[in-house]
Design a protein around this ligand. Structure first.
Ligand code: BT5
Length: 237
């Protein structure tokens, strides 16, 4: 399992999209700065150079492809466990892809697939974890390990810890271990929250009741239960 380090790159997800054929399952690419860091739906992932962890994990094991829906929650649970291990309190996962600390976003996850024709070739788990950055201009809802714990971390050392944990968690999933779901359910940031979202082309309001075994969000809308697999979730402020 290889690790490729860059000082600067456009996006570690893009790098794996271009180079997946030369690389192996669970290889990782990281960068100290991204000039075109991506969020979901063409949003931007921002970073202050050298202060955060920005990396992507390549999945080439075809047995994991059907687990597409599991991998962003699995990665979130892995990051959450790592943060708790560092002594942070108030860590939670906001379905489907954010890790929160005391109500602010500390980590975002972008899961992408690479296909050739109709064949899926690889999955890419992109993770941005805010580590030593102490100011987030224009991002009032962002936080970092430093801001929460008042301790700085040496990026290279933290990187090895995070990589070991996430690779182990993926190997556990390969063996059929779905215990990440229990960890997420115990730290479900949205539980009992009122959320707004679009469903069947209509704006609706519901209350989050949990996460099912297929990683879907269980939502109650006026007494009717639905299981949401995708879509944006927006809080009423
Ligand atoms: C995400 O998107 O949260 C997925 C972010 C994935 C980033 C990693 S870094 C390594 C790999 N390579 C990439 O190019 N991407 C991945 P989304 O849920 O769409 O959230 C994006 C939103 O989060 C933005 O619109 C901002 O509001 C906010 N945001 C941007 N940068 C942030 C940061 N550093 N910390 C917290 N929030 C941020």
């Amino acid at each position: 399992m290889k690790e490729i380090h860059f000082k600067e790159i456009d996006s570690t997800n893009l790098y794996l999209k271009k180079h997946y054929s030369e690389l192996e399952d669970l290889d990782i690419v990281d960068a100290l700065h991204q000039s075109a860091g991506k969020g979901r739906m063409a949003r931007v992932w921002e970073d202050s150079s050298g202060e955060n962890l920005l990396f992507s994990v390549l999945i080439k094991d075809k047995n994991l492809f059907p687990e597409f829906g599991s991998l962003s929650l699995l990665a979130a649970s892995s990051i959450m466990a790592t943060l708790k291990g560092l002594g942070l309190n108030g860590v939670a996962v906001k379905w489907p892809n954010d890790v929160m600390v005391n109500g602010k976003k500390i980590c975002g996850i972008l899961l992408e697939s690479v296909s050739l024709g109709s064949e899926m070739e690889a999955l890419i788990i992109g993770i941005g974890l805010n580590v030593n950055q102490n100011e987030f201009e224009g991002l009032p809802n962002a936080t970092s390990i430093y801001l929460e714990a008042r301790t700085g971390y040496e990026i290279n050392a933290l990187r090895e810890l995070v990589y070991t944990n996430i690779r182990n968690d993926i190997l556990m999933l390969k063996m059929g271990d779905k215990s990440y779901l229990d960890k997420i359910r115990q730290a479900n940031y949205l539980i009992n929250q009122q959320i707004d979202f679009v469903y069947n082309n209509a704006d609706v309001t519901g209350f989050v009741k949990g996460i099912d075994d297929d990683n879907k969000l269980i939502v109650d809308i006026n007494g009717e239960t639905i299981h949401l697999s995708t879509g944006e979730v927006t809080f009423h402020k």
